[in-house]
Design a binder for this molecule. Structure first.
Ligand SMILES: Nc1ncnc2c1ncn2[C@@H]1O[C@H](COP(=O)(O)OP(=O)(O)OP(=O)(O)O)[C@@H](O)[C@H]1O
Ligand SMILES: [Mg+2]
Length: 256
């Protein structure tokens, strides 16, 4: 069976600088893979290559076995890739429910054309987007926030809403960019439990870029460590944590 997501020998060059240099990794269906490494290692650039925001200068990105290397970000979304942002990005001026409905509605494909032409399918499409959005809110225990305007939310709740919006796309692969940044330890622990719940219930594969070992260790089946644009180590979380090269490059100060 094809992997949910596969990177093959990805390279990204900015002028003379090789930011990503031959990165390969696989996320199998239902698996959670962590991408870690010190500042400037190339994690975010790699992440952006997966979403389609950053063109690679070599290598391939495959989603469910399909080569998407040359597809735009929105086409990858349509194939089951959803993401959250390192800095929360919700649609200001809209409620939580409306934020989710934008995603759910686009996903129904009735979307923009039906809306613009005021075709009969419009009302039905909106109703199904609302149903899906409310179901996701209920699943994440966030129904009480449906009518809250998003800019009034504390960061912890905004992160949950962003996760909810990504889930409205029914992703096969969920990309999470430092989902615990800005959260306090209690919120982080709740978020980890929630991601574990999402994973066990919905079974979507996840690629997680994260600094916080408290998030990576309990959640990930597999961890890939990057340093200077290359894969330094890769394996089960505990093996990677105990790898001397990894400790020297990245974990040393944190472990100490
Ligand atoms: N558009 C760009 N042009 C030139 N250099 C870039 C560009 N984007 C990133 N870089 C460089 O590529 C390297 C990798 O950056 P990247 O953002 O992927 O690091 P990171 O592993 O995400 O680090 P952090 O943990 O600090 O977020 C860095 O040296 C960065 O300065
Ligand atoms: Mg980064």
């Amino acid at each position: 069976m094809s992997a949910a997501l596969e990177l093959r020998d990805i390279g990204v060059q900015f002028g003379q600088f090789q930011a990503v240099d031959g990165v390969s990794l696989t996320v199998n269906a239902g698996e959670v893979v962590g991408l870690i490494g010190p500042n400037g290692a190339g994690k975010t650039v790699t992440f952006n290559v997966v979403t389609g925001l950053q063109p690679s200068t070599r290598g391939q990105v495959l989603l469910g076995g399909q080569d998407v290397t040359r597809l735009a970000a929105h086409s990858r979304t349509a194939l089951g890739l959803a993401r959250t942002f390192q800095v929360v990005q919700l649609f200001a001026g809209m409620t939580v429910l409306e934020n989710l409905m934008v995603a759910a509605h686009r996903h129904t494909h009735a979307g923009v054309v039906v809306d613009a032409l005021r075709l009969p399918g419009r009302r039905r499409a909106l109703r199904s987007a609302e149903e899906r959005s409310r179901a996701v809110l209920a699943f994440l225990d966030l129904s009480h926030l449906a009518d809250v305007e998003v800019t009034t939310l504390p960061v912890g709740q905004a992160r949950l809403v962003e996760l909810a919006r990504a889930l409205c796309l029914t992703p096969k692969v969920l990309l999470l960019d430092e989902p615990a940044s800005g959260l306090d330890p209690a919120e982080t622990a709740d978020f980890v439990a929630l991601l574990a719940h999402v994973r066990s219930t919905l079974g979507c594969a996840m690629l997680l870029v994260e600094h916080d070992m408290g998030v990576v260790m309990p959640l990930c089946d597999h961890v890939v460590v990057m340093d200077f644009g290359k894969v330094l180590a890769s394996g089960p979380p505990l093996d990677v944590r105990d790898d001397p090269a990894v400790r020297a490059a990245y974990l040393g100060d944190e472990v100490a």
